[in-house]
Design a protein around this ligand. Sequence first.
Ligand code: KG4
Ligand code: ZN
Length: 314
Amino acid sequence: MNILGIETSCDETAAAVVRDGRKILSNVVASSLKEHQRYGGVVPEVASRRQLEFIQPVVDESLEQAGLTSADIDALAVTKEPGLIGSLLVGISFARALSAALDKPLVEIDHVKAHVYANFLAEEQPRLPAVGMVVSGGHTDLYGVRDFRTFRRIGKTRDDAAGEAFDKVARVLGLGYPGGPVIDRLAKSVPETTVSFKYAALEGTLDFSFSGVKTAVLYHRQKYGNKNHYPVAAVARAFQESVVEILVIKALAACRKLKVQTLLVGGGVAANSALRQHLSGEAHKKGIKVYFPATALCMDNAAMIAGLGFHSLN
Ligand code: KG4
Ligand code: ZN
């Protein structure tokens, strides 16, 4: 069964064709990221205007790359929520119109759950039940995942999302937007750091809080002033270590609580090299198998929407 997925929740316009929830035939992403960079974050009005322009060519391209025509599509899947409303509206309106025109069913998908599903777009199929951890620019959530339709949220951030903290800290350090990839790179350039930032433990819960560590970096930067050369890389590394450490602690605590041996990580921050390394090592010690999607599938994409869409069709 060929599913055409459409995803327009943030700054990307994405379309993909996935066969039987698993085999990616095409995965096209157009982004307006560059236009947002000078503002230090995504400008919703700019994003949705671009999506209106990009949506038709991106969908056409996804069919072409898959070697299919619209007649070969069996069903459509589109991101319903969460996201920027103007952006979502472009994708949903387009998908509903195409579904009516082709007379093919349409399923509307939760973008956050689709980030967890990205782990199934691979040869090896993880075993369920599992814990799903979504770490993105908008979310930091823990789920109990029983099957593809049963996601129970068991933890969330109480303030900033992990990716949002990376982006805000990068801004404080003058590193530009988005912050995650540049902090990841910079952190590798220093073997260790004497700086350290405490994480919020929120003991006894599976919730997160990242606004404290973000503010700690801001104060550290302000205290330093202009007198000396500021150790940007060391601070970036210390910040990243703090975020990674609490993500590892909570993810493993969630597995322990639900008594599951599979951990599925997704979202943009799942591309972080320190998180991948540290979490893999710690999970292994506990006999937990941890999965990360390929880097391109950590970021916003439509293949994960088409994939989960396959399992959501009645
Ligand atoms: O999932 P995503 O593409 O979009 C949302 O749904 O939010 O995630 C984007 C977020 C941004 O905050 C970005 O800074 C972060 O993912 N990110 C990273 C890395 N690559 C992207 N954070 C840490 N390390 C990375 N390597
Ligand atoms: Zn996302």
